[in-house]
Write a protein that binds this ligand. Sequence first.
Ligand code: DSN
Length: 392
Amino acid sequence: MKDAQIQKLMKLELARQKRSINLIASENFVSGDVLEALGSELTNKYAEGYSAHRYYGGNDVVDKLDDLTRARALKLFGLSAKKWSVNIQGLSGSPANLAVLHALVPIGGKIMGMNLSDGGHLTHGFKASITGKLWKQIPYGVDRKTETLDYAALKKIAIKEKPAVIIAGFTAYPRVVDWKKFRSIADACGAFLVVDMSHLAGLVAGGAYSSPFPYADIVTTTTHKTLRGPRSALIFSRVDSRDLPAKIDKAVFPGLQGGPHMNQIAAVAVALGEAMKPDFKKYVKQVIKNAQALAKELSKLGWRVVSGGTDSHLILIDTWMDGRGISGKKASEKLERAGIIVNKNTIPFDSRSPVDPSGIRIGTAAETTRGKREKDFIQIARKIDKILKSGN
Ligand code: DSN
């Protein structure tokens, strides 16, 4: 590279990644092949439209890439092209969710999504997101005592409010989700069931977490979390008389975007191929075992684990503990100074603000990619404990 300023920043970031313990639940380390695809000449190509229906010439190669990527996405999740379609052009999770809502809900309509503070995502209708401005969020949360989903309470809200869409799938909910119950709630109020499995995609692909596909109408996902690909998104939609795939395609392009990023799509295809290998199944199982080991050890050391544990790659720690501990912001800053990277996070019914909440979110996907196992995560838990209890 001839640009010395950018090269220097790239080297600094690589060095930072190498010397840190990465416990950001939504990050991972991609393979060299994924990086190679991202940095390829495919970035030079404009491919507005869809395979075989493009607006520019010269798309014969990228059409093959597009077809292959969609076929891999369906195969990875065990889906038949007769029953499911997938849009691979979403640039990342937020635009993908926006496209889905744009396709399914008239402006001003109701969308039922989880509260941000209980583990929901901005694009599930939070007021500061465009999704909360164009549509009315009907919020739901977790049960105060168990800190897990209370499906009976959800059903009551859904029947009363009759949202057009129910969104299930979260950014900071550690437990297993009962997709079947969500389906029955959606049926009870006539809503579409949209599952945002961004955090879970790798776990679902590797068979370590229950699949939402038997129950959902639409499934969105990012590709860069547990799925270990580049930053991108997939939108799966059921093929039936409702014409969902055509509506989704139209909402993505020309509704929200112009040309897709073909280098990014190639990198997604590489990651999907990697996730089909037997090793990936072992990887995602280990990710969950590691999160459970970490949660258990932190709990033993006196930290409050929200909901009492985890069934996934992430845990939420109440570091504040009603003033007996330290705030999430202070905790994440202290950990960062010691080379451990986490994010501050609200906990359910948080008494503090999102900028300085009561907890931290910790994930195990990235460090499991680096080969860490339960014993390593027990050591990490002890290190976290020591740092958080130290006077610095
Ligand atoms: N920023 C992602 C996460 O950390 O979960 C969601 O957009």
